[in-house]
Design a binder for this molecule. Structure first.
Ligand code: PLP
Length: 259
């Protein structure tokens, strides 16, 4: 049987991140992708020029339409924009009870904000407790814990401990924004720590990296992989997509990774 995953995220008209990156990732991994749009961004490789957040009613209707009919094995949650969107998704997740990879998206690769400042607390209080795994990068982990950006694995571990107290079953802190020679992601589940080492790649075409990793993890979970294996395979997929990014040549700005 084909594994099925769902992405709940924003649309990136430039095709590099958000819903578009997620569906490309699912397809590349042999997973059937379904999607619930939370927001529409007018965006290219240079930046975001407009955002329209969709209403709670249409977000709820999309989730119910997909999950009442289609056997979704795991959900990826990305751009959630507003307090109302977060409440709607949390309520639906409690009703539908699925494994959820929560990627706490806050800014676009271009630096444009994708989460309203007043929604950070709702994300912490309502979505984090429902996550099978939370996937912050270093700046997101710092913002969610009210600490400064971690520079050592010890500091990443302290932030993971604080985040686990908010309720996710596991936290994957991604080292991609760090300055060491390896890009190491650390998975904390409250009992053990698992390392995922990858090469630090020189490309500036890294648009959609966070989305791609989270979608690949959700795809792996939908296939029935355990979390460690799903993350290991997702990191391999992302590393290959980043290594091929310079050959893609899309747009004049910070381009997308190659699916
Ligand atoms: N979701 C949407 C709709 C976006 O446009 C972006 C970035 O521009 C993101 C998520 C996060 O992107 P990344 O995967 O590069 O962290």
């Amino acid at each position: 049987m084909t594994a099925i995953a769902l992405t709940i995220a924003g649309s990136d008209s430039g095709g590099g991140a958000g819903i578009q990156a997620d569906i490309k990732t699912f397809s590349a991994l042999g997973v059937y992708g379904t999607s619930v749009l939370t927001a529409i961004t007018a965006q290219n490789t240079l930046g975001v020029t407009a955002i329209e957040n969709l209403s709670p009613g249409i977000i709820r209707a999309q989730i119910d339409a997909v999950l009442s009919d289609i056997a979704v094995g795991a959900i990826k949650i990305g751009m959630v924009s507003t307090v109302e969107t977060i409440g709607t998704i949390a309520e639906a997740l409690i009703r539908w009870q699925r494994q959820a990879v929560v990627d706490p998206v806050m800014v676009a690769t271009s630096g444009d904000p994708l989460l309203q400042p007043e929604a950070v607390e709702a994300l912490r209080a309502q979505l984090l407790p429902l996550a099978s795994v939370l996937t912050p990068n270093l700046p997101e982990a710092a913002l969610l814990t009210g600490t400064s950006v971690a520079e050592t694995e010890r500091e990443m571990a302290m932030q993971a401990e604080m985040l686990l107290k908010l309720g996710p079953a596991a936290v994957l802190i991604k080292g991609g924004h760090g300055h060491t020679s390896l890009s190491t992601d650390l998975l904390f589940d409250g009992t053990s720590v698992t390392r995922f080492d990858g090469p630090r790649l020189a490309t500036t075409h890294d648009h959609g990296t966070g989305c791609t990793l989270a979608a690949a993890i959700a795809g792996g979970l939908a296939k029935g992989l355990d979390l460690q294996t799903a993350i290991g395979e997702a990191k391999e997929y992302l590393t290959a997509a980043m290594a091929a990014a310079d050959g893609l040549n899309v747009g004049r700005g910070r381009g997308p990774v190659h699916h």
